[in-house]
Design a protein around this ligand. Structure first.
Ligand code: IMP
Length: 197
């Protein structure tokens, strides 16, 4: 089965590819010739995931899923949340986003945060949402070179390493996107010839 993942993000593709059973061939936006940056102007992660999946399914008539992820920090009232990519401005620069986050948390004792992923799947004229989240805390400086985005400052609960220091297998096992993806794969396994994971 061919399934489009509506992203240009190579890090996300790498994570998701590792989770998929053999019956699914993953296609990225680049693979289907969609070179556009699909707008993410929604007020929620759900709206953004849906908008991206709809964009692809309308134009390319292929089964498709899209994700939107946010980092929700307790002491910041859930910010940056749906604005995680643009936290330090529309230029969407990861280093600037991380710097701003660490500055905002400088004098905060509560550094609890969670990553939340929403996946929207559009297939057989049906839309289904899946979510996954992981709690942890924001450490005081960047640590590790793996992963992407906010991974170097996010330490999942129960671990003494950040997502950027942990192997991808561990991030996928306990992380937000891995959980949402397993829910999606389990949904597919009930309807199509796809192995559960
Ligand atoms: P989006 O889901 O691509 O819109 O991501 C929103 C923001 O969250 C971007 O700044 C990403 O770099 C960041 N982000 C998304 N997924 C992850 C993740 O798994 N770890 C760390 N940061 C992430």
């Amino acid at each position: 089965m061919k399934l489009v993942f509506a992203t240009h993000n190579q890090n996300k593709l790498k994570e998701v590819q590792k989770l998929l059973p053999r019956q699914i061939t993953l296609l990225s936006l680049d693979d289907i010739g969609c070179l556009k940056e699909i707008p993410e102007n929604g007020a929620t992660l759900e709206e953004n995931a849906l908008a991206k999946a709809k964009y692809v399914s309308k134009r390319y008539a292929l089964p498709c899923f899209a994700d939107d992820t946010g980092l929700l920090v307790e002491a910041l009232g859930g910010a940056p949340g749906v604005y995680s990519a643009r936290y330090a401005g529309v230029h969407k620069n990861t280093d600037d986003n991380l710097r701003k986050l660490l500055v905002e948390l400088e004098n905060k004792t509560d550094r609890t945060a969670q990553f939340k992923t929403v996946i929207a799947l559009i297939m057989d004229n049906q839309t289904t949402l899946f979510t996954g989240s992981v709690t942890g805390s924001i450490i005081g400086e960047k640590r590790g070179n793996a992963g992407f985005g906010y991974d170097p400052v996010f330490r999942p609960t129960g671990f003494d390493k950040t997502f950027a220091e942990l192997p991808l297998e561990v991030k996928n096992e306990i992380g937000h996107r891995g959980k949402a993806m397993r829910a999606l794969i389990s949904f597919l396994s009930m309807r199509h010839d796809v192995d559960a994971v």
